[in-house]
Design a protein around this ligand. Structure first.
Ligand code: ARG
Length: 408
């Protein structure tokens, strides 16, 4: 009888390479490796594909999902101005659900009983994988080798690998754990685990140092949006994907887009995280600036709460969940008239909005101006304030009557 199949999310790194053998030894299955291209830098994916076969995978596949990642996942994140804890643009959290989608598709194609991932037991990513898989196919069983095996140290892992002929890294391992994709880079571990230590400058690859090698002259860019999505740069029509790349370069050379934060992981631990997200932060800055102009006040205010919840859900592994989908519906509706231009200035670590315009602008010069073009009804303000302040006036009178005037 043919063996059961396990589809493994494969990165080419030590953990998932060792996992190929470990899974075969512990579960009597064939392992199908799949590497998902979400725009990681520095990776030769054909090499990664071959490596899985050399180690013992029965099949090995690479899928390039960058276009879908941009159009489906990053588009939603931008419309939601998604920032977990008002800071982190969800770099890793956004890539996991698309990886999950391809893992489950592959599992169905080869009638796999299991899906495996290389996450540890301490992070958010295990949750994102496993809840995501459950949402797309609740019958698939998960194997999490790195959480289950007793290879406590990297040395033990290297030894395990060497004994089985699994190629081990010959260069000294980076002290950092790095995860990256088109939306930016996440850097953890090493000296960064001391929240008092300033991040060493060599961890950054996308951004120049704003006190050192960043540009000495300011630069401007005009981003054009249509229904919440960037469609042109300096009047040249380019894809959203290309705009992300160009914004990573432009903001990066001005040293904009570094985040150093203490973050609350879902599993209850606080961790120190460094993110490098020049393009993502630039686009969110611009998108918000256009929304300020185009969204009616109540929608804008309500959306702020929705954005926070959306980011929290996605961070917590709930991309495929009914509430997240319902919020997508709300957000999509708000974007119908978010079209127009935003002008940004980059200089020495900053990205500042310096102009915005839209055919759907709700900014009315005649209402806003203090000069003679003013059409605002000043008389109406008095009656408005009387009624708006009425409950407070009633309350103040009561307090005076009971002799508690002025106390809080
Ligand atoms: N803390 C971030 C998150 O949960 C980044 C995780 C990055 N993973 C990594 N292996 N460095 O989304």
């Amino acid at each position: 009888m043919a063996k059961d199949v396990c589809v493994l999310a494969y990165s080419g790194g030590l953990d998932t390479s060792v996992a190929i053998q470990w899974i075969k030894e512990h579960h009597d299955v064939d392992v199908v490796a799949i590497a998902v291209d979400v725009g990681q830098e520095r990776q030769d994916l054909e090499f990664v594909r071959q490596k899985a076969l050399d180690i013992g995978a029965s099949e090995s596949i690479v899928v390039d999902v960058r276009e879908e990642y941009v159009e489906e996942f990053l588009a939603k994140a931008l419309k939601a101005n998604a920032l977990y804890e008002n800071k982190y643009p969800l770099v890793s959290a956004l890539s996991r659900p698309i990886i999950v989608k391809y893992l489950v598709d592959e599992a169905h194609r080869c009638r796999a009983r299991y899906i495996a991932h290389g996450c540890t037991g301490k992070g958010n990513d295990q949750v994102r994988f496993e809840v995501g898989i459950a949402a797309l196919d609740p019958e698939i069983e998960v194997i999490a080798p790195v959480r289950e095996w007793d290879l406590k140290t990297r040395e033990q892992e290297m030894e395990y690998a060497a004994e089985r002929g699994i190629p081990v890294p010959t260069t000294k391992a980076s002290p950092y754990s790095i995860d990256d994709n088109l939306w930016g880079r996440a850097i953890e571990c090493g000296v960064l685990e001391d929240p008092w230590v300033e991040p060493p400058s060599d961890i950054y690859t996308l951004t120049a140092d704003s006190r050192g090698d960043s540009c000495d002259e300011p630069e401007y860019a005009v981003i054009t949006f249509e229904q919440g999505i960037p469609i042109a740069l300096d009047a040249e029509v380019v894809s959203f994907h290309e705009i992300i790349n160009r914004m990573n370069e432009l903001a990066g050379r001005h040293g904009f887009g570094r985040i150093d934060m203490i973050e609350n992981r879902l599993i209850g631990v606080k961790s120190r995280e460094i993110y490098e997200v020049p393009g993502a932060l630039t686009l969110i800055t611009a998108h918000k600036a256009l929304e300020d102009l185009c969204l009616e006040r109540e929608v804008l205010h309500y959306k702020l709460g929705v954005e926070q919840k959306w980011a929290e859900l996605v961070y917590n592994g709930m991309w495929f969940s009914p509430l997240k989908e319902a919020l997508d519906g709300f957000i999509e509706t708000t974007q119908q008239l978010v079209s127009g231009d935003v002008r940004l200035r980059f200089y020495k670590g900053s990205c500042v909005t310096v102009g915005r315009r839209s055919a759907y602008s709700l900014y009315d010069y005649n209402l806003a101006t203090y000069d003679e073009a003013d059409t605002f009804d000043h008389e109406a303000a008095k009656g408005f304030i009387d009624l708006h302040g009425l409950p407070v006036r009633v309350w103040a009178r009561m307090r005076r009557k009971v002799g508690k005037e002025g106390e809080v």
